[in-house]
Design a protein around this ligand. Structure first.
Ligand code: NAG
Length: 232
């Protein structure tokens, strides 16, 4: 009964009114025009942004392997504004991949590995030197743990203000980002620099422990990127 009502039949069979057709065509034309205008702009912007990082990668270091952060923990990152001192305690597991099989090469060798954490532009302590590694090709890669802890004095002034404001802003957002700079040589070649961004949930003080211990913020891992040589 209901299905045969005249209005239902009209809705399902009548073509759309010319006005709505015109509107649809107009919307489609506008979308096509804006896509045509924006596509070259987007491509140009992408080239401008990516060229400085892609060109050295493509031209100068075509075969090197980029390290990976398998996991990391942040136990302490706190700033004493009066002493302009940044206390830190964090650790990470670095992974270097063996890469695809290559004729005559059983493994990739990584030497002169060093890693240092940075917060708001401040290097936290000196870079830690790590033992050399061999990663089997087609294997799961080789991992090495590294830990950094101590108190980094920051010069009063701009650097100290940058640390204080970055920490306040990040604590409010619930995440603290520490950059780890890694340098390594591959298969006896030139040393390459990498930057890894570690993003930790803010560590929480344990309730009533009184020992100053905190539940660490855990970072699940992520890839590092090529970096311009300037750290350390
Ligand atoms: C850093 O944290 C670890 C784990 O809680 C602890 O064993 C170590 O003593 C701490 N290092 C410093 C310098 O506080």
């Amino acid at each position: 009964m209901y299905l045969h009502s005249p209005s239902f039949g009209a809705m399902s069979t009548e073509p759309p009114s010319p006005e709505s057709q015109r509107r649809r065509q107009c919307v489609a034309a506008t979308a096509a025009a804006s896509a045509a205008c924006f596509a070259p702009v987007v491509v140009l912007l992408a080239v401008l942004v990516l060229a400085p990082s892609l060109l050295p990668r493509l031209l100068l270091r075509p075969h090197h392997a980029v390290p990976y952060i398998a996991s990391a923990e942040l136990r302490v990152l706190s700033f004493d504004a009066a002493a302009t001192a940044l206390a830190y305690n964090l650790s990470a597991v670095l992974r270097f991949d063996g890469g695809p099989p290559a004729p005559g090469l059983r493994s990739r060798r990584f030497t002169a590995i060093r890693a240092a954490p940075f917060y708001a532009g401040q290097e936290l302590g000196a870079a830690v030197a790590l033992p050399e590694l061999a990663a089997q090709r087609r294997g799961g890669g080789a991992t090495v743990p590294v830990a950094w802890a101590g108190v980094q004095r920051v010069a009063p002034g701009r650097g100290a203000r940058a640390v204080a404001s970055a920490l306040a802003r990040e604590r409010a957002r619930g995440f603290i980002s520490v950059k780890v700079a890694v340098r390594a040589a591959q298969d006896g070649g030139e040393e390459s620099d990498f930057a890894c961004v570690l993003s930790f949930p803010v560590p929480h003080k344990r309730d009533g422990s009184g020992s100053g211990g905190a539940t660490p913020g855990v970072f699940d891992g992520g890839s590092c990127a090529d970096a311009v040589r300037r750290e350390f």
